[in-house]
Structures are given as structure tokens and as C-alpha cells.
Design a protein around this ligand. Sequence first.
Ligand SMILES: Nc1ncnc2c1ncn2[C@@H]1O[C@H](COP(=O)(O)OP(=O)(O)OP(=O)(O)O)[C@@H](O)[C@H]1O
Ligand SMILES: [Mg+2]
Length: 286
Amino acid sequence: MNAAVERAGAQVAHQAGARTVIPMKTVAVRYVVLNQKGGVGKTQTTFQVGRELAELGLRVLVVDFDPQGNLTYAMGLLPPEDTPEDAPSLPKAMTGAWTGTPRELVVEYPHAPGLLLLPWSWDHFSMAKDLEHCKKQEERLSWVLDEFDGFVDVILVDCPPSLDVLNDNALMAIGDGRGKVLVPVEAEDFSLRATNILLGQIKAAEIAFRMTIDILGFVVSKMTDTLLALDCLEKILAIPGIPVLATVKHRTEIQQCVREHKALRDHAPKNDQLAVYTALAGKLKP
Ligand SMILES: Nc1ncnc2c1ncn2[C@@H]1O[C@H](COP(=O)(O)OP(=O)(O)OP(=O)(O)O)[C@@H](O)[C@H]1O
Ligand SMILES: [Mg+2]
């Protein structure tokens, strides 16, 4: 059994002399979908794989950790414009400005039971700055995610295209066996360059935070059949120690998902790339 999934079997409580076995909370498996390069498929990977994991019968939480709010938009779950400024939010939960239970923040994707979203909020814009005033500022996302153990089976975090305190939080949340990094990449030269920088930054974070960070693998998105793309794919495949988990081809129907506010399974279930996301979900399944 995955050590990160199950931290313990059962807890024995004594109630008026009787022994009652209380099942311990199942620890949710965490993945952070991370690359500081913009537009490489982080949000699509999070949404489509989250949807496929839900299809496999798991309870899945996808977290919009990007101030752009693209995941929340793609799922059709943006908060109403008149949401009051003091409304609870993920950033407020992280800074302690709101002390309710983070599960209250979750909204359901309407087309699949089991797929839940911790949504974007206006507070996301100042999240990095607001964290500056917090002690243990890099640990705050992990603390919030801890609240979902026993509530969901898998958590996928859609990270922003940056290398700052937000992505330090993402790495901390999966450090020391709590989860793994998924790295979406494109088969093109800028993306290859960005990937090398990212791998260096992850090594630096391991040293700075004194923890191990596991990278599960690459997800190549928007793959085309040009010679240049094929050459770049070969270079990605040659990176030692990090497997390519999936190669998703460029498809207009995947792009259209954003406008339709639906995952590929709900927008175009006959699309040939759906099977790629399903297979990827199978590799992430606890
Ligand atoms: N397989 C694909 N085929 C066609 N378009 C795709 C595919 N994957 C992603 N896209 C499109 O590419 C663009 C970038 O993808 P996405 O938003 O997932 O990247 P990102 O890494 O999350 O970007 P950002 O860094 O800005 O958050 C989007 O318009 C998305 O719809
Ligand atoms: Mg994104």
C-alpha cells in the first residue's frame, strides 16, 4: 500500500470501558502540476486528468492555485462578480485571515459527481504578497490540503507559471513523500530550456527546504508531427530519471473545452486524446 495514502490503519478509542475501533483518515494522494513556463498545459492536464480520475470512481479535488483563475474559468465555476471582499477563500485560509474549514470552499463540477474544485478568488491576486507577512509562509498550502484527508482520495494542484512563494508552497505540499510533481511540457525549444531551469530549481528547493521532492514524470501536451516537435520529444525522452507519462496531441476540441466549460469527456467523448488522459489517470490512481 502507498505509504502516502494510508498513514495508519485504525485508532482504538475507549468509551465507557468499551473498545471502539475508529477508522483513521485516509490521506489524500497529492500531485502538483507545475512548470514555471506559461502555456505548457498545466491547467488542461489538471482538469482532464481530474475528470478522468473521477470517472474511475475516485473523489478528486482540483485546486486552482493560479492567480489567473484559468482552471476555475474552464470548469465554469467562477465566483459571482458581487462576491463580497470578506468572503472566505483559499488565500484567506492560507494566511489565517479566515479560520473556517477549507472544505466549505469547495464547489462541484456540474458534469461529474466526485470532481470538486477549490476555486479561484479575487484574493488570489495578492496571495503571494499576503503570504510575506506569515510565518512558515511556504507551508501554508500544505496545511490547507491536510484538511482534505479523509474527504477526497486525490488532490491535483494547478500551479501558476512562476517560481516564487506560491510554487514553493506547492513543492512543500508534496515534499518528503506527501505527493509528487507532474511536469507538463511542450515539444519545443523554449519549453526544453524552461524544463532544465525547473529541474535545477527543484533540486535547489530540496536543499533549501531539506526535503525530498519526487517528480512522477512529464506530460507532453499539444504534440504535433513536425520534425522539430519529434526531435524535441526525443530530447525530453532522454532526460534521465524522469519518464514521459503521456503525450497528448494537439486537438482543437481540447481547446474548445475551455469555452464550453467542460472536460473532454463531457464535451467530445469520441476525441482520440481522451484515452490518453484516461491512461494518465490510471497512472495517478492511488
Ligand atoms: N492538447 C492540446 N491541444 C490543443 N490545445 C491545447 C492542448 N493542451 C492545451 N491546449 C491549449 O493551450 C493553451 C495553454 O494550455 P494551458 O492553459 O493548459 O497551459 P498552462 O500551462 O496552464 O498555462 P498558464 O501557464 O498560463 O497557466 C490553452 O489555450 C489550452 O486550451
Ligand atoms: Mg494554467
